[in-house]
Design a protein around this ligand. Structure first.
Ligand SMILES: Nc1ncnc2c1ncn2[C@@H]1O[C@H](COP(=O)(O)OP(=O)(O)OP(=O)(O)O)[C@@H](O)[C@H]1O
Ligand SMILES: [Mg+2]
Length: 356
């Protein structure tokens, strides 16, 4: 069984020259290869393979053969010989929660974590993988803040089985929310202060990550993404799936899209408001969110970010996974950088982490 690793634990692992971050999304399988041998990490290859709409549904792999084949193809397209692949799990079977517990030494905290988790996590403790990070190791209060991660074991095992079927030997299974955060932090160091929301608007889910002074304090998945928007366009305007997709990937705002943006944007806005209400009620002195960053394929939908910004009354800006990371010539080959960079936050974050 592979342990889940938090940022501190990652530091124990030595540098590997090439790391492949693999993001198995329901719409696109994405791999980013990062070379860690130089003074700064450098993206040396990006490969993307589309999946059909029935291969992964609601986070569940419906057709393991098809998904494994797409992974195999994507990795082959990177040309990377390494089997050192970093992947992640996420969704409702992963819980990330900030808790408070009596201040004890790390080893003691580890021993107590299962008991602590029982108080906070609605999973059966016999089949759960736990990890944690002490957020204020140098604090001197009686209590300490701990970021607790709990993932259902079967989820981690299923991911490993998928990766093995695809011919890799995964060394690390990470958590989506941490990898997203990691990619984001590398590109937006200025976002370390205050309360920030990061939205990864994907094909079938939107990952919401709320950060306080650079630490993720709440993560949630909202069941909204480009798949819904495509279906809306098909149903409301009689478009074919490809036509609908072209609108969503395009650059022009169009009256047909405005309706979809408002409908699905509202779901995202409500999800954010609920999260903020929860934080305000459970944490002392939780201030307002000062900025929202959006990535994922859905962030490219024309008009969505300005709509969200107006609705939430907070600036919403694009989060580019390659904003501050060196990219070797030819790494993206025929992919358009500005089109794919927003989609790569998770795989970039995964590929970066292994070098910590
Ligand atoms: N250049 C592009 N190429 C492919 N798809 C794009 C592009 N730009 C936007 N999209 C849209 O983004 C979607 C994929 O976004 P993303 O890769 O973030 O989702 P995913 O990770 O596959 O989904 P999820 O995380 O919800 O399982 C596609 O389904 C498509 O609608
Ligand atoms: Mg995704």
């Amino acid at each position: 069984m592979l342990p889940l690793r938090t940022p501190r634990l990652m530091a124990l692992f030595g540098r590997k020259k090439l790391t492949v971050g693999l993001d198995v999304g329901s719409g696109l399988v994405k791999a980013v290869v990062i070379d860690h041998s130089g003074s700064m990490p450098e993206v040396v290859k990006v490969a993307i393979t589309p999946l059909n709409d029935t291969a992964i549904v609601e986070g569940e792999v419906m057709d393991q053969g098809i998904v494994a084949e797409a992974i195999r193809q994507t990795l082959a397209a990177t040309g990377a010989k390494t089997k050192h692949v970093v992947a992640a799990v996420g969704g409702r079977d992963v819980i990330v929660k900030k808790i408070q517990m009596e201040r004890v030494k790390e080893q003691q905290a580890r021993e107590r974590m299962r008991w602590e988790a029982e108080q906070h996590v609605p999973f059966d403790m016999d089949s759960v993988e736990l990890d944690f990070q002490v957020l204020d190791p140098d604090g001197d209060g009686l209590d300490m803040n701990v970021l607790l991660v709990a993932a259902k074991q079967e989820l981690v095992e299923a991911k490993q089985a998928l990766l093995i079927e695809a011919g890799t030997s995964p060394t690390i299974i990470d958590v989506d929310a941490f990898a997203l955060h990691n990619g984001f932090e590398a590109n937006y160091p200025d976002a370390k202060y205050g309360n920030i929301a990061l939205l990864n608007i994907g094909n079938e889910a939107t990952n919401l990550n709320i950060l306080h002074d650079g630490v993720p304090i709440l993560t949630r998945d909202l069941a909204v993404g480009t798949r819904r928007m495509r279906e809306d366009l098909q149903r409301e305007h009689g478009l074919g799936a490809e036509e609908a997709e072209d609108f969503l990937r395009g650059y022009d705002r169009h009256p047909m899209i405005e309706g979809v943006v408002a409908l699905r944007g509202e779901e995202i806005a409500i999800g954010m408001e609920r999260a903020v209400t929860f934080l305000a009620s459970s944490q002392r002195n939780f201030g307002a969110i000062r900025a929202v960053y959006a990535c994922g394929g859905g962030s490219r939908v024309p008009g969505l970010m300005p709509w969200l910004s107006g609705r939430l009354r907070i600036p919403v800006q694009p989060a580019n996974a390659l904003a501050r990371i060196a990219v070797r010539d030819g790494a993206l080959e025929f992919l358009a950088t500005d089109e794919v960079a927003p989609l790569l936050m998770l795989p970039v974050g995964l590929a970066l982490r292994a070098a910590a």
